[in-house]
Design a protein. Structure first.
Length: 385
């Protein structure tokens, strides 16, 4: 009884100290990758460089971008020039991606704001949060000047995306923590058995125990990879071409652009938007240039294209109609996020049952049983007796 109590105490203490460090080790690669991206921020942007332990997530990045739009709107309303507004806002906010350093350098070199935003956007990854924020800033600028109303709408768009991302992250955090704990426990029990049981240490390198440990380790890592891929796909932000085009159209219209000019600015949003912009630049009528919308997305794209064509024909204000379309896309996006949140526990049950739980048996229970069975021997009676 004393040996059992001592062994349980040592195992609990070992798990208490080792589990947080195990989680930290699993995240080391991601932290180093983010810090390498942060170290690329050089030159005049040294003041924007985050401290060593500062970590950017998708949610915090989107909120920082929304705050940037609000700062630019306040600076514009106070009468600041666009160059001064951008420089002061970039010095205040922390953005680790090199595209913001490039934007700062371009503005410092007294290049035009529209050209500087385009150069910085081209240097960012397509469809990334940084590229989308820079594209929204381009849509909110007319003749080299920001329009505060357009910046306010861009800020609301970014905050809505941050809210959707935060909901997915919160939904996935519990499942991810459970998966990590279940993946770590077999190794903790195995370490406790190695420390406490001399019999297990003596039989640990027998072929049958080694085979059990190897299979258990392989199944455990397979389950962890499977779970990580499911969580990554659930949390990943899938691009919504029609929703993004609608939001950019609404920002451009609030900036005072015409319908055709607003559609021409879609070249910085997505591949579909670039195709429509190219058709307009080649001289096609607006109705023919918008055909790819209905071809790619039969319902939502057709509705957006028809709304734009009707507004161009009658010449009536369309900003409220486009804002309503954008609101409908946001509601639909919320429903999609809620669906993915509800489906995540069910999807994770398969790798937990098929991989994580069998690995627990193979790594913690089976080696102890096999080591104990190897010590058993049958004493048969003598033939002479």
């Amino acid at each position: 009884m004393r040996e059992l109590l001592a062994g349980s105490t040592v195992t609990i203490a070992f798990a208490w100290f080792a589990t947080p460090r195990f989680f930290r080790i699993t995240d080391t690669y991601e932290i180093q990758r983010r810090m390498r991206n942060a170290d690329l921020v050089q030159g005049h942007m040294k003041t924007m460089k985050p401290p060593p332990r500062y970590r950017h997530t998708n949610t915090s990045t989107l909120l920082d971008h929304a705050t940037l739009c609000e700062s630019l709107a306040r600076a514009t309303r106070s009468g600041s020039a666009p160059h001064d507004a951008i420089l002061s806002s970039l010095q205040t906010h922390r953005f680790p991606h090199p595209c913001w350093s490039l934007l700062y350098n371009e503005i410092t070199a007294m290049h035009s704001c529209e050209e500087s935003l385009g150069v910085a956007r081209d240097s960012a990854e397509p469809q990334s949060n940084d590229a989308q924020c820079l594209a929204l800033l381009e849509s909110a600028m007319v003749h080299g000047n920001f329009v505060p109303a357009a910046l306010d709408h861009a800020s609301s768009v970014l905050r809505e995306r941050a809210a959707c991302t935060a909901e997915l992250v919160v939904a996935a955090s519990q499942a991810q923590l459970s998966a990590r704990l279940l993946s770590a426990l077999p190794f903790l029990f195995l370490g406790g058995a190695i420390v406490l049981s001399s019999q297990f240490r003596a039989e640990m390198f027998t072929p049958i125990v080694v085979v059990s440990l190897c299979i258990g380790f392989f199944v455990n890592r397979l389950g962890w990879r499977w779970i990580s891929s499911l969580i990554r796909r659930a949390v990943g932000d899938e691009p919504d071409d029609i929703g993004e085009l609608t939001e950019h159209l609404c920002v451009s219209l609030r900036a005072g652009l015409s319908m055709t000019q607003a559609c021409e600015r879609w070249h910085a949003v997505s591949t579909l938007g670039s195709l429509v912009a190219d058709h307009l630049n080649s001289g096609l009528p607006l109705e023919e240039a918008l055909i790819p919308l209905a071809t790619t997305h039969h319902i939502t794209g057709k509705n957006l294209g028809q709304t734009i064509v009707e507004a161009e024909r009658d010449g009536l204000p369309i900003i409220e109609t486009v804002a309503r379309l954008a609101s409908d896309h946001r509601i639909e996006r919320r429903r999609h996020v809620d669906t993915r949140i509800r489906q995540l526990p069910t999807r994770l049950s398969l790798p937990l049952v098929l991989c994580v739980l069998p690995s627990f048996l193979l790594l913690s229970v089976a080696p102890l049983v096999l080591a104990s069975l190897s010590q058993l021997s049958l004493s048969l009676p003598s033939v002479t007796q």
